[in-house]
Design a protein around this ligand. Structure first.
Ligand code: AMP
Ligand code: MG
Length: 391
């Protein structure tokens, strides 16, 4: 049995496999860039006005100027500007080479085709977007390791980058185990339970940016489980076995994993819920044996599986650790780290009812897990505690 921090360190050491692939911008949200992105173009590709106003030569701004033409966004014009002249321009419009400054339309007096500038703050180069000021051809536009947020994708689109190399999400297989499992939508016979784990884990994976997940159901039969695990190991980078990882007579996950040459790194963690957790690897494939109780399975997902996925996708941790003040006492025995389903608001954290690991009712309302350390004998109201903010 290992401690929570030991378990985390072991996973960190072994879950490092990364794969890169080319994606289009619309497929890339949330992924991390796996290359240095060099701009192919000067962006903007031409000098443009950043205001609706008048383009002029700064040295002329104290003179009355004649408007000799107009430039609109998206249009071309070959007007050249002479001394004493100005040009009507609009935001985004190309401006003539001779122009060095744009004055806002609110800051001029206009009489017919003539303007007088009334802008005390006008400076040379004002309201002119220089060619290549957003991105310069041949230079670094976005560094490897940047996470593709909506803004990053917008930036890349703006500089004409259509496809890019990203760190791909791992291919995941979920194997739920248990003779008692029934698919939601089917009637329940006596003794059966609905398989909630594959639904919640798939959803959690989807939220983590993983769309392609294979789900298998294995009965409590070592031969059947081994066969399915063998297939899953071949096709996946990450295998989540669920249930059957404890010490019952029908818990075959660990023995099946060993039979499939999975190298065990630990089995059992000093925590509640989620004590039976198993972790192993086969070559580059990472294997978790999650406890079958749905609440335990999900807690282990947030604590261990998600950080492993984050590593494999070369991004920062999706789960965020923070501090809060508990509003109630919560006694416990020392020996295990407790992860309490809780609700966090305005820096205060309230443990929820229904902490039993077979229940998900309060998990459905939780937005964090309150952490009570292994050695602690409980917390008292008003005490500062650690919380894990759920993604
Ligand atoms: P196990 O870890 O196989 O001993 O299962 C522990 C508890 O979790 C049992 O009550 C199982 O019926 C339940 N369980 C196991 N797998 C699932 C699942 N996929 N969905 C819902 N409950 C499950
Ligand atoms: Mg079972």
């Amino acid at each position: 049995m290992v401690s929570v921090s030991e378990a985390k360190a072991i996973i960190k050491k072994h879950a490092h496999f990364v794969r890169t692939g080319i994606k289009t911008l619309s497929e890339s949200l949330g992924y991390t860039v796996a290359e240095q992105i060099i701009s192919k173009y000067d962006i903007p590709g031409f000098r443009q006005s950043s205001m609706d106003g008048y383009a002029l030569k700064f040295e002329d701004h104290n003179n009355r100027l004649e408007i000799v033409g107009e430039m609109r966004a998206g249009k071309q014009s070959d007007v050249t500007l002479l001394s004493g002249q100005a040009m009507r321009v609009f935001t985004g419009a190309p401006i003539p080479t001779a122009v060095d400054t744009v004055v806002m339309q609110e800051r001029v007096y206009r009489e017919g085709d003539w303007i007088t500038v009334a802008d005390e703050q006008l400076t040379l180069g004002m309201h002119v977007r220089e060619k290549g000021s957003e991105a310069t051809k041949g230079t670094l536009a976005l560094a490897q390791g940047t996470v593709l947020t909506p803004a990053a994708l917008g930036f890349l689109a703006g500089i004409g980058c259509e496809k890019l190399l990203i760190f791909e999400p791992p291919k995941v297989a979920i194997i739920v185990t248990g003779d008692e499992l029934q698919e939601v939508g089917q009637p329940l016979s006596f003794g059966q339970v609905y398989d909630s784990n594959s639904i919640q884990l798939r959803a959690a994976l989807q939220k983590a940016g993983i769309e392609t997940v294979q789900v298998f159901h294995a009965t409590d039969d070592p031969a059947a489980l081994e066969k399915i695990l063998g297939q899953a190991l071949l096709a996946s980078d990450l295998v989540l076995l669920v249930g059957g990882v404890s010490v019952g007579d029908y818990d075959f996950v660990v023995q099946s994993a060993l039979a499939q040459s999975v190298r065990p790194h630990f089995h059992k963690v000093k925590q509640k819920p989620g004590k039976p957790l198993f972790f192993g690897t086969k070559d580059e494939t990472v294997v978790f044996g999650l406890p079958g109780n749905p609440s335990s399975a999900l807690t282990c997902f947030y604590l261990y599986v998600l950080p492993a996925i984050d590593r494999m996708m070369q991004r920062a941790d999706s789960v965020c650790y923070s501090k809060a003040v508990t509003t109630v006492d919560y006694p416990k025995n020392s020996g295990l780290t407790h992860f309490i389903k809780a609700h966090l608001m305005d820096g205060k954290v309230l443990p929820l009812h229904a902490q039993e690991s077979y229940r998900l009712q309060s998990y459905a309302q939780a937005n964090c897990l309150l952490v009570i350390p292994e050695e602690s004998t409980g917390i008292v109201a008003g005490e500062e505690v650690q919380v894990i903010v759920l993604p």
